[in-house]
Design a protein around this ligand. Structure first.
Ligand code: PBG
Length: 327
C-alpha cells in the first residue's frame, strides 16, 4: 500500500493544512425579522433560537453578530398594517427602512441587504398585486414591478447596500436597476433571488414573517423543484439585467443546482439555507438525535457542504452558532 490517505488525516494541524473548503464568518449573512415597537423579542416557535425583533433589539443582535465577526444582515419586515398591494413596503417610515437607517447610523460599514417582496405586507400573503377573479386570480407581474420599483428606491434611500428581490417576478432586476440609477443610487447593489424554488422548506418562515398565502400557492411564480436548466436561464437573465449577486434557494435539496451553476456564472453566488432546513436540524437536536444542541455540529457540516458545492456566501439562521464555533 503506497497510497495511504490516512497519512493526511493524522493530526488536527495536518487536517487544517489540507482542508479544501474554507468557512469564515465573512461568508455568512444573518437573516433578521423586524417588528414595530420597543423591547420586543418574540421567539419564533418553529425556529428555536430565532426571534422577531423590534429595532432596538435588532441593534443589540447586530452588535453581538459583529463581535463574532459577522459583517452582514438581511432584513425582513413585519409591518404594522397590511393591505391589498403591500404599501407599507415602500413607506418612508416603514419598519425595514427605519431598521436600515438605525443600523447604518451605528455601523456605516455593516453590509445591509433588504428583502424586497410583498408577501409580508399584503393582506392575502401573495408576493405582488393580484389580478382576476375566483380561480383565475394571479399575481400581475408588471403591476407588481411598479411597486418593486418604489420599494427599491425607498430601501436604497434608507441606506441599504443591496436590495434583494425575492418575489420571482420577470424583469424585476432590470426594473430595479433602472429605478436605482434614475434616482441617483448607482452604488446600491442587487442580490437577485434568481433560482427560487416553490419549496415546502419555507414553512417556518411563513410563520416567522406571517406571510403564508391566504389561498393557493406560489407555483405560478416560483420554480418547479424538478428543473435545473431553467435555473441556469434564470440566473443568466438576472446577471444580464444587472444583478451584482445571484442566489439559489433553498440550499440543501439544491446542492446540485449550486454546483452546476457555479462555473457558468462569474458574479458571487449566494445560497439560502432556509427556515425549514434550520427547523429540521433544531427538531432533531432537541430530540437528542444529533450531537451538539449547543455547539451545533450539524449546522457546521451543512453550511460547509453548501460552500463545498460552490456557494460564495450563505444566508443562514445558523450564522451565530457557527461564528461561535469558528472563533
Ligand atoms: C418572500 C420570502 C420567503 C423566504 C424568503 N423571502 C418565503 C416565500 O417565498 O414563501 C423564505 C425564507 C426561509 O424560508 O427562510 N418571498
Amino acid at each position: 500500500m503506497k497510497v495511504r490517505p490516512r497519512r493526511l488525516r493524522a493530526s488536527e494541524a495536518l487536517r487544517k493544512m489540507v482542508r479544501e473548503t474554507t468557512l469564515t464568518p465573512a461568508h455568512l449573512i444573518v437573516p433578521l425579522f423586524v417588528l414595530e415597537g420597543n423591547g420586543q423579542r418574540r421567539p419564533i416557535a418553529s425556529m428555536p433560537g430565532q426571534f422577531q425583533l423590534s429595532i432596538d433589539e435588532v441593534l443589540i443582535a447586530v452588535a453581538q453578530q459583529r463581535r463574532l465577526g459577522l459583517m452582514s444582515t438581511l432584513l425582513f419586515g413585519l409591518p404594522k398594517r397590511k393591505d391589498a398591494v403591500g404599501s407599507e413596503a415602500w413607506a418612508k417610515d416603514g419598519v425595514v427602512q427605519r431598521a436600515i437607517r438605525a443600523i447604518k447610523k451605528k455601523w456605516p460599514e455593516h453590509v445591509v441587504f433588504s428583502d424586497l417582496c410583498f408577501c409580508e405586507y399584503t393582506s392575502h400573503g401573495h408576493c405582488g398585486v393580484l389580478r382576476g377573479k375566483g380561480s383565475n386570480v394571479t399575481v400581475d407581474n408588471d403591476a407588481t414591478l411598479l411597486n418593486i420599483h418604489k420599494t427599491a428606491v425607498a430601501q436604497a434611500r434608507a441606506g441599504a447596500d443591496f436590495v434583494a428581490p425575492s418575489g420571482m417576478m420577470d424583469g424585476a432586476v432590470a426594473a430595479i436597476r433602472s429605478a436605482l440609477d434614475k434616482n441617483g443610487f448607482k452604488r446600491t447593489g442587487i442580490l437577485a433571488y434568481s433560482a427560487k424554488y416553490a419549496s415546502v422548506f419555507y414553512g417556518p418562515f411563513r410563520d416567522a414573517a406571517a406571510s403564508a398565502p391566504q389561498f393557493g400557492d406560489r407555483r405560478a411564480y416560483q420554480m418547479d423543484p424538478s428543473n435545473i436548466r431553467e435555473a441556469l436561464r434564470e440566473l443568466r437573465q438576472d446577471v444580464e439585467q444587472g444583478a451584482d449577486m445571484v442566489m439559489v434557494k433553498p440550499a440543501l435539496s439544491y446542492l446540485d443546482v449550486i454546483a452546476r451553476i457555479r462555473p457558468e456564472i462569474d458574479v458571487p453566488l449566494v445560497a439560502y439555507n432556509v427556515s425549514g432546513e434550520y427547523a429540521m436540524v433544531k427538531a432533531a437536536e432537541k430530540n437528542g438525535w444529533l450531537d451538539g444542541a449547543v455547539n451545533s455540529r450539524a449546522a457546521l457540516e451543512i453550511v460547509t457542504s453548501i460552500r463545498r458545492a460552490g456557494a460564495d456566501l450563505i444566508i443562514t439562521y445558523h450564522a451565530l452558532e457557527i461564528a461561535k464555533q469558528l472563533s
